[in-house]
Ligand binder design. Structure first.
Ligand code: CAA
Length: 383
């Protein structure tokens, strides 16, 4: 057992091993083609669902795994070591969709949606970002007009992960503009409803297997029973949900960094220059030492945030710190992994250039690094 596993229980260790095996067996072959062709086969989504990865933390009462957040972190990390697109698909369904429904949904909403989302029978998406509302998430232009027993939803959402394949969307929309963020609602919207339109598929730098779309709502009628929480609770729900989501993205970043580090470490011991393995040159040793140290520190921050959540302690700051740090480590590590590989690192077959492209998004989505610093500073200065 290496030092990374010192904190793990037997159950957590078993989850780590099972997902590591799965990722090697099912995700490794084909990851380059999936990246090139920007697709992810339904068959693999089905296999991840069968592994119980779609609702890991959901109560067994609703078909979930009833696991803790550390197990979830380990699973997302192991998936992302091999294929970061698989990592984000699982992270969004667990943290951003199932969590919100389980913690704030009505019994009827849980019965209708959560059980099927947790088993992976259907897939979920989280629709907060808009063309003019990314970091400034309170500036929602999507409008949900209150018509008594239903809302009429109009607007556009951007960069929605799982957008093209999800069945159910948690959609954030303004209902009472005068109340600013306190007028925002979260509505459960089904893709087959009239006026729901899947828009442009984004042609992305990284996580190209992950399906990212714009979504348009044209007079979509949403029954009021599909609003989560009281009138105007939507923004609070988004923020609470994103705190946990950020732990998932930190785990994804940790996985990307770990995957690139392992490849660089192996390569450095095989590749020879000037008559010896490049791992014997101090220039490479220093890079490997920095990578290993940063990854270990990122891992401990991720576990810390997950543990805070599992112990029902405030995890706003620790989640933001984990995401901020792990995403920086993912970027630094993958750049250095490419450098260690030299010319080979610049071509597809050696994987590390893909990991470098994948790493970038972890500094952007679910709150940019700058937003994480805002969140951390506010928590530190809070009276
Ligand atoms: N946890 C809980 N509550 C929070 C919170 C947090 N992290 N951050 C803010 N809030 C609460 C505040 O306490 C405040 O509540 P009150 O009304 O009771 O006072 C309310 O939310 C409004 O907050 P602020 O006054 O601080 O609002 P602001 O506009 O100054 O700042 C922000 C808000 C923190 C910048 C927020 O807009 C934010 O987090 N932006 C980033 C959005 C983001 O992460 N988007 C990711 C998109 S989803 C995605 O990427 C998914 C994917 O597909 C992978």
């Amino acid at each position: 057992m290496n030092t990374s596993n010192l904190l793990l229980t037997e159950e957590q260790f078993a989850v780590q091993q099972a997902v590591r095996d799965f990722a090697q067996r099912e995700l490794w072959a084909g990851v380059i083609e999936r990246d090139e062709q920007a697709y992810f086969p339904d068959e693999l989504v089905r296999k991840m669902s069968e592994m119980g990865l779609m609702g890991m933390m959901v109560s067994p009462e609703y078909g979930g795994g009833g696991m803790d957040t550390i197990s979830y972190v380990l699973a997302v990390e192991e998936l992302s070591k091999v294929d970061a697109s698989a990592g984000v698909m699982v992270s969004v369904n667990n943290s951003l969709v199932c969590y919100g429904l389980e913690h704030f949904g009505t019994p009827s909403q849980k019965e209708r949606y959560l059980s099927r989302l947790a088993t992976g029978e259907i897939l979920g998406a989280f629709a907060l970002s808009e063309p003019e509302a990314g970091s400034d998430a309170t500036s929602q232009q999507t409008f949900a007009e209150d018509k008594g027993d239903h809302y009429v939803l109009n607007g556009t959402k951007n960069w929605i992960t799982n957008g093209g394949r999800a069945d159910v969307f948690l959609v954030f929309a303004q209902t009472h503009p005068a109340l600013k963020h306190k007028g925002i609602n979260c509505l459960i919207v089904e893709k087959q409803w009239k006026g729901f339109e899947v828009g442009k598929k984004e042609n992305k730098l990284g996580i190209r297997g992950s399906d990212t779309h714009a979504i348009h709502f044209n007079d979509v009628i949403v029954p009021k029973e599909n609003r989560i929480g009281n009138d105007g609770f939507g923004f609070k729900l988004a923020m609470n949900t994103l705190n946990g989501g950020r732990i998932g993205i930190a785990a994804q970043a940790l996985g990307i960094a770990g995957g690139a580090y392992e490849l660089a470490l192996n390569y450095a011991q095989e590749r020879k220059t000037f008559g010896k393995a490049i791992a014997e040159h101090q220039a490479i040793q220093f890079k490997l030492a920095d990578m290993a140290t940063q990854i270990e520190a990122a891992r401990l921050l991720c576990y810390r945030a997950a543990l805070d959540k599992d112990l029902h302690q405030d995890y706003v700051k620790s989640a933001a710190m984990a995401k901020l740090f792990a995403s920086t480590v993912a970027m630094n590590t993958t750049v250095e992994a490419v450098q260690i590989h030299g010319g080979y690192g610049f071509v597809r077959e050696f994987h590390v250039e893909r990991m470098m492209r994948d790493a970038k998004i972890t500094q952007i989505y679910e709150g940019t690094s700058e937003i994480q610093k805002m969140v951390i500073a506010r928590e530190i200065l809070k009276k």
